[in-house]
Design a protein around this ligand. Structure first.
Ligand SMILES: NC(=O)c1ccc[n+]([C@@H]2O[C@H](COP(=O)([O-])OP(=O)(O)OC[C@H]3O[C@@H](n4cnc5c(N)ncnc54)[C@H](OP(=O)(O)O)[C@@H]3O)[C@@H](O)[C@H]2O)c1
Length: 258
């Protein structure tokens, strides 16, 4: 994709201290947007902002805390004067393992961060700015929200619910605010280390497009979804996974060459 033109717009990206969120912040800034990057830790948020080429502000905010979300929205409006784009990207997985081994603490934490977070930040951004001026929201879900995988049941349930909430919000906030979701496959980040670090070669072999994802692969898709090029797209879920959700490509390739 070529550069999407976002000059003069302002984006908040939650969970942007590293990985996919940082890449999204960098990509939106490259397209001309002012960006606000959040982390639970102010130093990490500042360090992320320093890695962005453009106007960037780092803000400490736990994504599931009401006061922190509203404070970040207020700071963004004070500093940049608008909130045109919200990327609900912060995510966590403290519940790796079989569903029947989970406890209420892990259930509450993962649903708080992965589901309440996007709802809370969308609500703050819409009530403080987007309801009057319009905007674009992107929720970072996962291909796990569309399929099942061993030991990922709780995490995948949060992402399935996030896809549903994306559609509901797209209807409730129409026509002024577009709301879409992205579903990355396995991407080279800290969160997903358990899925790729010791299996990269095998995973690359089975993935139709021959490699695991890089954060920039996801960032490019987000830049499209928040731009005017996507102005008639809402309530949709864009899979960015090199074809992983299609299944193991090796047998197909063998059949093709034979
Ligand atoms: N990597 C993949 O393969 C993959 C695939 C599908 C979907 N995803 C989704 O992509 C998103 C980004 O994940 P990533 O892979 O880039 O992971 P990552 O590199 O580990 O980054 C996670 C980010 O979320 C932030 N975060 C975590 N808990 C938070 C909280 N309670 N409040 C605020 N921020 C919080 C972290 O910030 P601090 O630690 O600095 O606070 C960090 O910036 C997540 O929603 C994840 O579920 C990832």
């Amino acid at each position: 994709m070529t550069t999407a033109e976002l000059t003069g717009r302002t984006a908040i990206v939650t969970g942007a201290s590293r990985g996919i969120g940082l890449a999204i912040g960098q990509r939106l800034a490259q397209a001309g947007a002012n960006v606000v990057l959040t982390s639970r830790d102010q130093q990490s948020a500042d360090a992320a902002a320093a890695q962005v080429d453009g106007n960037a502000l780092g803000v400490a905010a736990h994504v599931a805390e009401d006061d922190a979300a509203q404070r970040c929205v207020d700071l963004t409006l004070e500093r940049f004067g608008s909130i045109d784009i919200l990327v609900n990207n912060a995510g966590t997985n403290p519940a790796f393992g079989p569903l029947i081994d989970q406890d209420h603490g892990r259930f509450a934490k993962i649903f708080d961060v992965n589901l309440w977070g996007p709802l809370l930040w969308t609500s703050c951004a819409v009530k403080s700015w987007m309801s009057e001026h319009g905007g674009a929201v992107v929720n970072t879900a996962s291909i796990g929200g569309m399929s099942s995988a061993p030991l990922m049941g709780m995490y995948n349930a949060t992402k399935a619910a996030l896809i549903h909430i994306t559609k509901q919000l797209a209807l409730e906030l129409s026509p002024g605010v577009r709301v879409n979701a992205i579903c990355p496959g396995v991407v080279r980040t800290k969160l997903a280390e358990v899925l790729w670090q010791e299996h990269e070669q095998a995973l690359s072999t089975t993935t139709p497009l021959g490699r695991i994802g890089e954060p920039v692969d996801v960032a490019d898709a987000v830049a499209f979804l928040v731009s005017d090029a996507a102005s008639w797209i809402t309530g949709q879920t864009l899979v960015i996974d090199g074809g992983q959700i299609l299944g193991d490509a090796t047998g197909f390739r063998a059949g093709h060459s034979g």
